[in-house]
Design a protein around this ligand. Structure first.
Ligand code: ADP
Length: 258
């Protein structure tokens, strides 16, 4: 077996991490980071030790979604300590560069930046490391596949046809790299209006049908929800609100299917 994953298994740089799970998407803006953050926090709430690596080196969302604005990164030697927030450990390029600096990486630089974030963060022992990938099928997923042995990948998709087409490519990319596809999450499935009615804005079920066609598991539907948007912007992950929030239950339910 000379697949990228076979190489990664042979030289695993993170032997203290039990399960590494990548979250990818065909397109940007479909909710990949939202799902990554809530998967991580949802898993941590079950008692697991969880890390979240913001591998979206072009557009890191984790600083905002986890409310890292006022925290400074600290390190020792050539290792950096992850931020400990909301019950998880996390690292993001967004806290290592100026906030408004464009992140322009050539292929080899993208490779290096991702590799450093993954291997020079002091993760310690983890049950799960969730990796939020950049959208699409570029350099970073390839680097990841060669570097770290994955338990699997989750693909996030909205229901419309154009999003499905790209998500299908993402599913096939993971399979080609020798990475098991754990399943597809349909985000922005539907919207519940003030009238209590459900509106299928993007055509609910499109991503579910795509998953069925590709014979990969379907992990769940997340509705369009104003609270979820607000929680992303204020750095309070929705999965934290389990017990008093139906949406939080749904997000946690997705993490429990992994
Ligand atoms: P991606 O990582 O795929 O680019 P994000 O997770 O960053 O997408 O999502 C972009 C923004 O869209 C989030 O910051 C959030 O404000 C909003 N968003 C995502 N999913 C939902 C949802 N289900 N309901 C409401 N807003 C959402």
């Amino acid at each position: 077996d000379d697949s990228p994953q076979a190489q990664a298994r042979a030289s695993n740089p993170l032997p203290n991490v039990k399960h590494i799970i990548a979250v990818g998407a065909g397109k940007g803006g479909v909710g990949k980071s939202t799902v990554s953050v809530n998967l991580a926090v949802g898993l941590a709430r079950t008692g697991a030790k969880v890390g979240l690596l913001d591998g979206d080196i072009y557009g890191p969302s984790v600083p905002t979604m986890l409310g890292l604005d006022d925290i400074k990164p600290q390190g020792s030697g050539n290792m950096i300590f992850p931020f400990q927030v909301h019950g998880i450990k996390t690292m993001t390029i967004g806290k290592l560069v100026e906030a408004d600096k464009p992140l322009i990486w050539r292929g080899p630089m993208a490779h290096g930046a991702f590799r450093q974030l993954a291997t020079q963060t002091e993760w310690g022992e983890l049950d799960y490391l969730i990796i939020d990938l950049p959208p699409g099928t570029g350099d970073v997923p390839l680097t990841l596949a060669q570097l770290l042995p994955l338990t699997g990948a989750v693909v996030v998709c909205t229901p419309q046809k154009v999003a499905q087409d790209d998500a299908r490519r993402a599913v096939k990319m993971f399979q080609q790299l020798g990475i098991h596809v754990l399943g597809v999450v349909e985000n922005m499935s539907y919207f519940i209006g003030d009238d209590g009615k459900e509106y299928d804005i993007f055509g609910r079920g499109g991503a579910k049908r795509m998953a069925e066609q590709l014979a990969v598991p379907f992990l769940g539907m997340v509705p369009i929800n104003m609270r979820l948007r607000e929680n992303c912007d204020t750095g309070d992950p929705t999965a934290n609100f389990v017990g008093d929030d139906k949406l939080a239950e749904e997000l946690t339910h997705v993490s429990q299917k992994l």
